[in-house]
Design a protein around this ligand. Structure first.
Ligand code: AHR
Length: 320
């Protein structure tokens, strides 16, 4: 499915797609394209890399005038950021939605102001899908499924696991859980506990310590929905006198340099990539929607899976 800014705004004509890479950096008059980017915050290493990627791609040198707002982990700040972009009349809004719901009113304001919205990273409620043109992100459902696939391929039926979940209500957490649950079902894996660790290292450490307090030696395997929570859990497991990667095997999602390093060291066992380097694709989509060209509904980044050997092969040049 494709959609254009003009179609969304009720105008007449969709320009031919023409290949996004071929679009020029600034608009036809040569002036900069003004972009408001509302980022969720700085909760994780992945997020920091994602912010750098977008800032670099949406630079003045590339033809953009970027207004960046770090929403500090609060949806109300993100909504206020989008509203401020509408008031300023930016050319295009880029939103990394913290959670799925609660966007209707402010995105409708953008629509009424004629400002196209591009989502990057997470998604929003399908019922609000007419309020944005395109999403550039990763396939969270597939990521959760790949983590579960590794578990059922390497763990005995009856293995007892705990889960560190991402931010409640975020599409990253919801879709990873959905993908994970679908693949793990019917294989006799026992889920002892699953709790929100907020996608942060501190959250992962705190929740894992509580799991260890409650379930003790019963825990055989941990699925952490991002690297930072898994790295925090390593600290909690070590503090409990256990050996992460051996006494408790661990699979995480993101593929940060820190996680790949732990994978090579044997304290993590498997890492599923979630690519944060979305900036260049976001920039090409922003240029296209600003020009009124047709864009795809979704652009999904390529993600891979790492074991220790694969991690060792890339670590020296890994970008995030
Ligand atoms: O939405 C992507 C997720 O958000 C990443 O897995 C996580 O690290 C980040 O905070």
């Amino acid at each position: 499915m494709t959609i254009t800014r003009r179609a969304m705004l009720g105008g007449a004509l969709a320009l031919a797609a023409g290949g996004l890479a071929g679009c020029t950096a600034a608009d036809a008059s040569g002036s900069l394209i003004s972009v408001g980017f509302a980022q969720t915050g700085a909760e994780s290493t992945w997020r920091a890399a994602n912010t750098v990627s977008l800032r670099n791609a949406l630079s003045r040198r590339n033809g953009f005038d970027l207004m960046f707002i770090d929403s500090q982990g609060r949806q109300e700040n993100e909504i206020a950021a989008v509203r401020s972009f509408v008031t300023r009349g930016v050319d295009v809004i880029v939103l990394a939605p913290m959670v799925e719901s609660g966007w209707h009113d402010v995105l409708d304001e953008a629509r009424r102001a004629g400002i196209p919205v591009v989502l990057e990273d997470r998604g929003i409620d399908p019922s609000d899908s007419s309020l944005y043109l395109s999403r550039v992100g990763d396939d969270f459902r597939r990521e959760g499924g790949l983590a579960a696939k590794w578990i059922i391929e390497t763990a005995e039926p009856g293995t007892r696991i705990v889960e560190l979940l991402g931010t409640t209500g975020s599409s990253a957490a919801l879709d990873r859980s959905a993908g994970f649950d679908r693949v793990i079902a019917g294989h006799g894996i026992r889920i002892l506990d699953a709790q929100d660790g907020g996608f942060t290292r501190a959250g992962g450490k705190e929740v894992m310590a509580a799991f260890l307090e409650k379930h003790g030696d019963d825990i055989q395997l941990l699925f952490a929905q991002n690297d930072d929570m898994g790295l925090g859990a390593i600290e909690a497991i070590t503090a409990a006198g256990l050996e992460p990667g051996r006494d408790i095997r661990i699979v995480t999602i993101d593929g940060t340099r820190d996680a790949l390093t732990e994978l090579v060291a044997g304290r993590l066992n498997q890492v599923v990539q979630c690519n944060p380097m979305l900036g260049p694709r976001v920039a090409s989509v922003v240029r296209a929607v600003h020009a009124g060209a047709t864009v795809q509904r979704q652009y999904i980044a390529a993600d891979r899976v790492f074991d220790a050997k694969a991690a060792k092969g890339v670590l020296a040049t890994w970008p995030y």
